[in-house]
Design a protein around this ligand. Structure first.
Ligand SMILES: [Zn+2]
Ligand SMILES: [Zn+2]
Length: 330
C-alpha cells in the first residue's frame, strides 16, 4: 500500500518497522491458525489416533487422484488400501462388461500400485483380475510379488466354489494375504449359503466378506435373498453372524452402504455384534464422494457409527485400526 504521507512526516521508517512487526505478528497468528486448523482436521485429531481404511478405489466414478487423497485426509484416515478392478472383459463373469471397473469406473492393478508408490507408508494396494480369464492367477501373482497386500475386490459373476475361485483361494493362502469378496445375490459371488464348505476346505485362506448379501445376512430374518438392504430389528442367527463365529479364517469389511445399514438398522444388535466379532471386523469406507465429511460421505458416517456403537474404546481401536494393522502388517 502506498503511504499518503499526511501527518506522517519523518515517520516512514516507523511505518516500515510497524509493518514488519505487523507482518511477523500476522505470520505467527497464521501459523497458529494453521495448527488449530490442522487440529480440527480429523486426520490429525481425535487424539492423533490412526485409522486404516481397507476399502477404497482409484478413479472411483471418475474421482480424480488429488480428490481421493484429500477425501481420505478429510475422513481422518491415516492408511488406505486401494482395491483394483480386473481388466475389461466381455464374459459371463463380467455380465458382458457390466462389472468392468467394478461397475464404477474403478481402475486396475497398475493405477493402484502407482498411486500407492506416490504415497509410501500411507497407501497400499491389492491385486485383482477377472477370475475366469486364463491368466488370472499369474496376473494376480505378479502384483502379489510386487507387494500387493490382498486379493480384491473380487466382484464377479461366479460361483463361490468354482474351480476358478478355488485357484484364487489357494494363491492367497500361498502368499498369506486375504481375499476380499463382494457378495451380492444373483450378481456377484453366487452361493453364500454354501460358502461354509469353502471356509472349511480352504482353512489356510483368510476371507473377508463385504457388500449387500454379506450384510443382509447379519440377521436370521432374511426370508427373501433378493432384499439387499433389509431394515428394522435384526433377529439373531444370521448366516454372517454364524460364519464369523464358526470360522476363524473369516473377517468382515464394514464398508459401503450395506455395512452402514447393518450397523444402524438395529443399534442394540450392532453393539453385541461388534463385541462378538471385535477381533475380525475391519473399517472400510468404499465411498465415491468428493467431500470426505458430512452427509454425502458414507465412509465418514460409518466411522461415526463405529465410534458411537463400539462397546468400549479398546474395541473401537481394534475395529478402526488394530485388526487391519495386524492382518495386513501395515
Ligand atoms: Zn464392493
Ligand atoms: Zn466419502
Amino acid at each position: 500500500m502506498k503511504p499518503n504521507g499526511v501527518g506522517f512526516r519523518g515517520a516512514p521508517d516507523r511505518r516500515t518497522i510497524l509493518s514488519r512487526r505487523e507482518f511477523l505478528a500476522a505470520s505467527s497468528l497464521f501459523a497458529l491458525a494453521t495448527m488449530a486448523g490442522g487440529c480440527r482436521t480429523p486426520g490429525v485429531t481425535l487424539g492423533g489416533e490412526p485409522v486404516i481404511d481397507i476399502h477404497q478405489h482409484v478413479g472411483y466414478s471418475g474421482r480424480p487422484d488429488d480428490v481421493l487423497f484429500a477425501h481420505q485426509r478429510a475422513m481422518g484416515v491415516t492408511k488406505t488400501i486401494l482395491l483394483p478392478a480386473g481388466r475389461d472383459a466381455r464374459s459371463p463373469a463380467t455380465h458382458q462388461g457390466v462389472a468392468n471397473g467394478l461397475q464404477a469406473n474403478c481402475l486396475g492393478n497398475q493405477a493402484c500400485r502407482r498411486f500407492a508408490q506416490a504415497h509410501p507408508g500411507k497407501y497400499f494396494y491389492a491385486a485383482n483380475e477377472v477370475p475366469t480369464l486364463e491368466d488370472a492367477v499369474p496376473e494376480i501373482e505378479r502384483y502379489l510379488k510386487l507387494g500387493a497386500v490382498m486379493v480384491a475386490e473380487q466382484k464377479f459373476g461366479v460361483e463361490c466354489d468354482s474351480a476358478e475361485m478355488q485357484r484364487i483361494y489357494d494363491l492367497a493362502a500361498e502368499y498369506r494375504v486375504p481375499v476380499l469378496m463382494h457378495w451380492q445375490h444373483g450378481m456377484y459371488n453366487y452361493g453364500f449359503e454354501r460358502f461354509h464348505r469353502m471356509l472349511e476346505k480352504h482353512s489356510r485362506t483368510i476371507f473377508i466378506g463385504h457388500a449387500q448379501t454379506w450384510w443382509a445376512n447379519i440377521g436370521g430374518n432374511l426370508n427373501d435373498p433378493s432384499v439387499l438392504y433389509p431394515k428394522g430389528k435384526v433377529s439373531p442367527g444370521g448366516l454372517t453372524d454364524r460364519y464369523l463365529s464358526d470360522y476363524p479364517n473369516l473377517y468382515g469389511d464394514l464398508s459401503a452402504g450395506s455395512g452402514l445399514n447393518a450397523l444402524t438398522r438395529d443399534e442394540e444388535f450392532a453393539r453385541g455384534f461388534l463385541r462378538r466379532h471385535q477381533d475380525r471386523l475391519l473399517y472400510g469406507s468404499d465411498c465415491n464422494d468428493w467431500a470426505g465429511a458430512g452427509a454425502v460421505c458414507q465412509g465418514a458416517q460409518t466411522l461415526a457409527a463405529v465410534r458411537r456403537l463400539a462397546p468400549s474404546k479398546p474395541i473401537e481401536r481394534k475395529l478402526l485400526y488394530e485388526n487391519a494393522h495386524r492382518l495386513f502388517k501395515l
